[in-house]
Design a protein around this ligand. Structure first.
Ligand code: SF4
Length: 191
């Protein structure tokens, strides 16, 4: 699996539901690996165009393993939930649907879960980026292998990556459903 893939049908592996008792050490292992990746890329500078967070513009989106998704879920819980509609990034060129903007990109052009962003986001650098010393391909392969290894221990088939947009859609479905009846009740009260 490559952490970024072109838009292809996604593998039907369900993300982990809720925290598992043995999950904390695996999340800690992932976090340590993230620190290692950041150290390998010391001096790299992103131009901040956010184009890579517009999947419709690049034709690619990050695929997350189960443990990476779990880290994102925890990060979202810490910030009090996903971004509301008015806090999300606006399209750069055309319409939001066509650009497929990452639901984790804020209106200010920042990643809402930056510290916990997955390997695909962490290691992708576009042509505008400043990279004084690109990470050697064998090191990149090793990083991917290690993330896959943690994910395989986290959940059966957890190492089969899934697209970020699909995971977010599933994550938000119950939240949307929970909000609906309140709105209906409110309009009934008004009537
Ligand atoms: S998770 Fe963050 S860095 Fe990755 S595509 Fe979304 S907004 Fe961009």
């Amino acid at each position: 699996m490559h952490p970024w893939r072109d838009s292809v049908p996604w593998t039907a592996v369900r993300p982990a539901q809720g925290a598992r008792p043995d999950e904390a050490p695996l999340l800690a292992e992932l976090e340590a690996l993230h620190r290692e990746i950041d150290a390998l890329q010391t001096g790299h500078r992103c131009a901040g165009s956010t184009v890579c967070c517009h999947f419709g513009l690049t034709g690619r989106e990050p695929f997350l393993t189960s443990i990476e998704w779990q880290a994102v879920e925890h990060a979202l819980a810490r910030r009090g939930g996903p971004l509301g509609r008015t806090s999300r990034a606006r399209p750069l060129r055309g319409d939001a649907e066509g650009e497929q903007i990452c639901p984790l990109l804020t209106r200010e052009g920042r990643c809402a879960i930056y510290q916990d962003r997955p390997l695909g986001c962490r290691t992708y650098w576009c042509a505008r980026a400043l990279r004084p010393h690109p990470v050697a391909p064998y090191l990149r392969r090793d990083l991917l292998r290690r993330v896959l290894d943690i994910a395989a221990r986290h959940q059966p088939q957890g190492d089969c990556g899934r697209p970020l947009s699909q995971l977010m859609e599933e994550y938000q479905k119950p939240l949307t459903r929970a909000r609906r009846p309140r709105r209906r009740r409110a309009s009934a009260d008004r009537g």
